[in-house]
Design a protein around this ligand. Structure first.
Ligand code: SF4
Ligand code: SF4
Length: 60
């Protein structure tokens, strides 16, 4: 499972990284990366992002 992060909206505040309960997100200098193996699609990061840059990926 994973999330989609719209790079153009992200301001690299790290809020989503801090909010993720399973530490699936990592903030790099110019992008946030989601570890698909860890993500449980809880939606916490979606609610934490002040820029509405994160969406849950559709489950397949
Ligand atoms: S959906 Fe939940 S588990 Fe997945 S990256 Fe966001 S906060 Fe972490
Ligand atoms: S909370 Fe949103 S704006 Fe902040 S680093 Fe995460 S994706 Fe980017």
């Amino acid at each position: 499972m994973a999330v989609d992060i719209t790079k153009s909206k992200c301001v690299y505040c790290g809020g989503c990284v801090a909010a993720c309960p399973v530490l699936a997100l990592t903030l790099f200098e110019t992008r946030v990366v989601c570890d698909e193996a860890k993500c449980i699609s809880c939606g916490t990061c979606v609610r934490a992002c002040p820029m509405q840059a994160i969406k849950l990926k559709n489950k397949k």
